[in-house]
Design a protein. Sequence first.
Length: 210
Amino acid sequence: MKEFLFILVVLAFLLGGGYKFYFLRLPERNIPLEENVFVSPANGKVVNIIHWDKEQLAIEKDKNKALEVFTGDVGERGALVSISMNLHNVHYQRAPIASTLISKKHEEGKFLNAVSNPRATWENEHNVLLFKTENGLRYKVIQIAGMMARRIEDFLETGQKVKTGEVIGLIKLGSQVSIVLPEEVEILVKEGDVVIDGESVIGKWQTKAF
C-alpha cells in the first residue's frame, strides 16, 4: 500500500513538473526588427483567413453577425487570420507589433473543440484585445477558449504600451488565436502555414502616414 502511494506521489510530481516545464514553456524568439511588420501572436497552424468588407457585412448582417462584431473598430476592410494551437504548441501569446491597448472585453461562450471545429472561432468563450499603433492602425488579438483550454488570461491593462513580440497573455492547453488586421496590412501567410509566436511575419503595412 505504501509503495502504491509512493508511486502515485511520484507520478503526480512528474506530471506536475511536465505541465510546468513543457506546457508552460516560454522559449526565446527571434523577433523581427522591422517596425512595419506584424508578427504572429500565437504558435500554431493558420486554419482560416477571411477577407472582410464592412459594407458587405452590413448587407449580410444576420449571416455574418459574429464577424461584424470581431472586425468592428478596426477599419472598413481587412482580414481575419485564425491560428489553431494544439497541445504541443507554446501557449503564450505575444504582441504582433509595438502598440497601445485601447480596450479589452471578455465574452462568455461555448467550449467547442477549437482545433477542429470551425464554429469555435465565433461561438466559444473569448477575450478581445483592441490595439492601436503609433501610426494610427487599429487591430485586434482574440484569445479563444477550447474544449480543454477553459482559462484565458491576458497580462495587460487598458492604456498599456507593448513592444513587438512582448508576452501579452496565455491560453492553457490547445485552443485558437485570431488576429484582425485592417486593409493597410498585406497578409503574408496562407492557410496551412505553421507560424511561431513573436517570430513569423503575418503581415506588413505599406502606407507610412495615416
